[in-house]
Design a protein around this ligand. Structure first.
Ligand SMILES: *Cc1c(COP(=O)(O)O)cnc(C)c1O
Length: 427
């Protein structure tokens, strides 16, 4: 090893050691299972398989095809859809594929506003802008932390979007899709649901079921509430053969060449495990998030969605403008090894100094934490954020809470030793 290589391995080791004594509450992250991790490290990660199984451009894809066919089947079964494409390499790439397939430059699509929780890829200066599509934002119902139904129906009828896009990165409550059915029908727009955050909750039966409620297309990330590799999927019930072809071509050759075969194989294991453990996991994720919201609320912190039980997903949003703002609080929490992020809340203007923090329960749930641990986590957050206790002192308690939760749950345990070697490096 030379000095640069040593510096890199050293930094990664330090990162592992740090995260092993931390509480990670970033709502978009999770942990792969040991067996997924083994697939992730396989030779699949060195290969190309452009096209579809049986119709490839390269040789050497015999077993890649077997895996891709099986994963496609599992996705169709789990999400109840006619078309499943596991090739998008991330949620953003899946979004680009949908935009490529269903829109032309200059088209209008309706979306959630960034400050109301939308993702950058659904904004004009993100992936949507790459396609040259214009966006109009739905009116927001702050009390219920979702789109305003009547105003959104009116907006759809008025602007007649090519596509009505839904979904957020601060996704506390289901989107009222059924209520917009008449407006969709009248306008004839495509109905697209970005499930990046809530894909695992949908698969676990613990959130809305968009394809049964009027959505035709789902894009998603496979590493947020779905605890798989960093990758994406596109799921749909296309209206006809032409729409199906356009979606598939949107992915390849549209936006993907190499589709990260190692990640796809790892995703296959995640899905297989999810068919066994997914419901229990999703239940615990939501129960934990609600408990964490309640714990912070009881200590006087301003948790959004109070009258609705704070959340129906893995995420809670906390207004910390009185505690110094999201940026300051997230930094203080990091010093105590509680990893979160600052976040825009409705009405915020500046993404650099927003008033909120966003917390997700899914990773701690994956490590086996339950309601009683969420009470403790809530107290630790409160002591740093509101009481301004010394973060170093709190960090010691964080480490001791975390020390009891070092095994990935809700998965097959065959490869635990290998997983520890690669990911959870002890001391
Ligand atoms: C995270 C996210 C994405 C992008 O996913 P990546 O896999 O990070 O590219 C897209 N849409 C929403 C709503 C998200 O939260």
């Amino acid at each position: 090893m030379n000095a640069d290589a040593e510096a890199i391995t050293d930094s990664v080791d330090k990162h592992h050691a740090w995260f092993q004594k931390s509480l990670c509450l970033i709502a978009s992250e999770n942990l792969m299972s040991p067996l997924s991790m083994e697939m992730y490290l396989s030779d699949f990660g060195h290969r190309y398989a452009e096209g579809l199984p049986g119709k490839r451009y390269y040789q050497g894809n015999t077993y890649v095809d077997e895996v891709e066919i099986l994963i496609t089947k599992m996705l169709k079964r789990i999400f109840g859809c006619d078309l499943a494409d596991p090739r998008p390499t991330s949620g953003t790439v899946a979004n680009l594929a949908v935009l490529f397939a269903l829109t032309k430059p200059g088209d209008i699509i309706t979306t959630v506003a960034l400050s109301d929780g939308a993702h950058i890829s659904t904004a004009r200066f993100g992936a949507v802008g790459v396609r040259g599509v214009n966006t109009v934002a739905y009116p927001w119902d702050e009390e219920n932390m979702t789109i305003d139904v009547d105003g959104s129906a009116r907006l759809i009828r008025q602007v007649k979007p090519k596509v009505a896009l839904f979904g957020q990165s601060v996704f506390l409550f289901p989107t009222p899709l059924k209520e917009l059915q008449d407006a969709f029908q009248e306008v004839g727009c495509y109905v697209w649901y970005d499930a990046a955050h809530v894909l695992g909750l949908i698969a676990g039966g613990r959130f809305q079921d968009p394809l049964r409620e009027g959505a035709e297309i789902i894009s998603g990330s496979t590493h947020k509430t779905l605890p798989g590799p960093q990758h994406g999927v596109l799921l749909a019930n296309p209206r006809d053969e032409k729409m199906k072809k356009r979606l598939l071509r949107g992915v390849f050759p549209g936006v993907v060449s190499n589709h990260h075969l190692h990640a796809m194989a790892a995703l296959g294991i995640t899905l297989a495990e999810f068919e066994v453990f997914g419901r229990k996991y999703a239940d615990q994720v939501v129960n934990n998030a609600r408990t964490l919201g309640q714990a912070l609320h009881e200590r006087g912190m301003k948790v959004l969605g109070e009258q609705l039980g704070f959340t129906e997903s893995h995420t809670i949003a906390v207004d910390v403008s009185l505690e110094g703002g999201g940026a300051q609080v997230a930094l203080d929490l990091e010093k105590a090894n509680i990893i979160t992020n600052k976040n825009l809340l409705p009405k915020d203007k500046s993404p650099i100094s927003p008033s909120g923090i966003r917390l997700g329960s899914q990773e701690l749930t994956r490590l086996g934490m339950r309601e009683s641990e969420m009470e403790e986590v809530g107290d630790l957050i409160y002591r740093v954020a509101t009481k301004k206790e010394d973060p170093d002192r709190v960090a010691r308690e964080v480490a001791s809470l975390r020390a009891g939760f070092n095994t990935i749950q809700y998965c097959f345990n065959e490869m635990e030793e290998a997983y520890k070697r690669y990911v959870l490096v002890a001391d």
